[in-house]
Design a protein around this ligand. Structure first.
Ligand code: FNR
Length: 373
């Protein structure tokens, strides 16, 4: 563990009452600057706050006397079957939370039948992650500076048995977290992207005078629609896009052959002031129609949050920060326990709301809280 952090427990902590408790407990198990790095967003954390607040603006109707005794949480996403809709989001550099980072989350995902979405920026290689993971694993891909490198990354993911590619497009610029900066956070030297060894590093060549570091520098090599079309043409795997917030983008992505989208603002870590994922979900569902796979992440801390996301149009959800928190507290056991708790919380909510399966969780199951805008 880093200075200021307690070593992870070898057992599930006794004093965890719900999945969200891992957030509080993690403060003891992560070095304070690392905790701030994980918890923080970009800018003033407006979007981090919006993600959480959005769930509180919806209520759930309890329904009476319905027979849910044959109930289950199974879902189908992009033609693949899952035992439940609680997926593990791609979260970079998990050795910040636990020495064996991604290997532990991969084991956890396997143990509790969760789909693991493994990050390009993992602290161990995608091949190592795949060895520990269960059969349900997707690969989150960041475009690389050189097409050859992107192609190589994709080929490696296919070879390692990942069954879908999730291209994250909302973070062409890494916006530092002010909260992490203030806490004195520095990426430890052993937090390196193991997958990218040998690839061209981000373009740091000096620019001619009066050129913008942002527009001509970083964005000069950012991916475009042509790059995405090219990528889709490179693989037979379903390609999903993560980071979608505008209905027009979702519709345009579907039109070029994207297999589904993750409605996400990167947990408030890119554009501060972007809307809460939950707030834009109904419009994206309306624009893309009923059959198009939609996942959602951002601010999910409980089973009732998951229920609300499903009611408003999501097929499944991804868990970001809670994964890192649980990992820091008890490694694979912690992550598996956290997912199990979320799934149980969802089941309790479904039972009380009279829904025997996720198809029964429709928009009529929730109502906007009176007085909310
Ligand atoms: C992320 N996220 C992220 N997303 C992605 O596509 N690739 C990545 O490498 C990372 N890395 C990453 C690191 C950390 C520390 C965090 C907190 C988040 C975003 C992540 O997949 C997800 O969108 C959000 O975390 C969801 O919000 P919650 O669950 O954290 O509120």
């Amino acid at each position: 563990p880093l200075p200021g952090a307690q070593p992870p427990l070898g057992k599930i902590p006794a004093d965890i009452g719900c999945a969200a408790d891992y957030e509080t407990l993690a403060q003891r198990f992560m070095a304070p600057p690392s905790y701030d790095y994980v918890a923080g967003g970009s800018g003033r954390d407006l979007t981090v706050a919006a993600n959480l607040a959005a769930f509180a603006r919806w209520d759930i109707y309890p329904r009476l006397l319905r027979d849910v005794s044959g109930g289950h949480t199974r879902v189908s996403v992009a033609g693949q079957q899952f035992a439940h809709p609680v997926f593990l989001a791609p979260v970079a550099f998990q050795n910040l939370a636990h020495a064996a980072g991604e290997l532990q989350s991969a084991r956890a995902a396997h143990a509790v039948d969760s789909c693991l979405v493994s990050s390009t920026l993992s602290s161990c290689t995608l091949e190592d992650v795949a060895r520990g993971a269960g059969p349900q694993r997707w690969f989150q891909l960041y475009f690389q500076l050189r097409r050859d490198d992107t192609q190589d990354l994709l080929a490696r993911a296919v070879k390692a048995g990942y069954s879908a590619i999730v291209v994250t497009l909302d973070a062409p610029i890494q916006v530092p977290s002010k909260r992490a900066v203030r806490a004195g956070f520095r990426m430890p030297p052993d937090c390196v992207a193991a997958n990218l060894r040998g690839y061209a590093p981000a373009n740091t060549a000096p620019l001619p005078p009066r050129h913008s570091h942002i527009f001509q520098g970083i964005m000069g090599s950012a991916p475009t629609w042509d790059d995405l079309r090219w990528l889709i043409g490179q693989t037979t795997l379903p390609v999903l896009v993560k980071g979608v917030l505008h209905p027009d983008d979702a519709v345009a992505l579907r039109a070029i052959g994207v297999a589904g989208v993750v409605v996400s603002n990167h947990g408030g870590r890119t554009l501060d002031g972007a809307p809460a994922s939950l707030d834009v979900l109904p419009a994206i569902r309306a624009a893309t129609g009923p059959g198009f796979p939609l996942l959602l992440d951002g601010g999910i801390r409980s089973g009732t949050d998951i229920f609300k996301a499903l009611a408003l149009g999501a097929d499944a959800v991804l868990i970001g920060r809670l994964q890192m928190y649980a990992l820091s507290v008890a490694g694979a056991l912690g992550v598996a326990h956290m997912v199990k708790l979320l799934r149980e919380e969802l089941e309790v909510c479904m039972a009380l709301a009279g829904c025997a399966n996720v198809d029964e969780i429709g928009s009529g199951a929730v109502l906007p809280r009176p007085g909310s805008p």
